[in-house]
Ligand binder design. Structure first.
Ligand code: SF4
Ligand code: SF4
Length: 137
């Protein structure tokens, strides 16, 4: 009986492909796919909770420079940072950026802090301005 079912199933699937022609055919992502953690930086308050709760130390937050960065190959897509963020500014992009032989750090720079007396200058923005002047951007 088992052999009959096996033969029937084999004949039914004869000629059908069980694998996808990646990368010729692009992969399909579902809402549950896990790829890359992204930050809606306009909402981020640089509280560092995501950095502290990341089990693989993939996230770095610099409040002074107003930068949020992620080492994308250290991230294990556990989504702990997304769950713990008090501003709900982190989300999981289902599409992974793809393989690389190099370490890839994605840096997101936040908007300038509202000016207050005694504020320190935004080092990242100043560095961008200096690079632009030097023609490096
Ligand atoms: S936990 Fe959220 S608000 Fe806090 S630094 Fe991380 S991304 Fe920004
Ligand atoms: S998903 Fe998990 S491993 Fe990836 S950055 Fe967030 S806390 Fe870290």
């Amino acid at each position: 009986m088992g052999a009959f079912h096996l033969t029937k199933m084999s004949l039914k699937n004869l000629g059908k492909s069980s694998t996808k022609m990646y990368p010729v055919k692009p992969p399909t992502y579902t809402s549950r796919s896990k790829g890359l953690v992204e930050n809606n930086i306009d909402t981020c308050i640089f509280c560092k909770i995501c950095e502290k709760r990341c089990p693989t130390y993939a996230i770095q937050v610099d409040k002074e420079d107003r930068t949020w960065s992620i080492d994308i190959f250290s991230c294990i897509q556990c989504q702990n940072c997304i769950r713990q963020c008090p501003k709900n500014c982190l989300n999981m992009n289902p599409q992974h950026p793809g393989p690389s032989a190099e370490k890839v750090i994605k840096v997101v720079i936040g908007p300038d802090k509202p000016a207050e007396d005694g504020d320190k200058p935004n080092k990242a923005a100043n560095q961008d301005a200096a690079n632009a002047e030097a023609g490096e951007l």
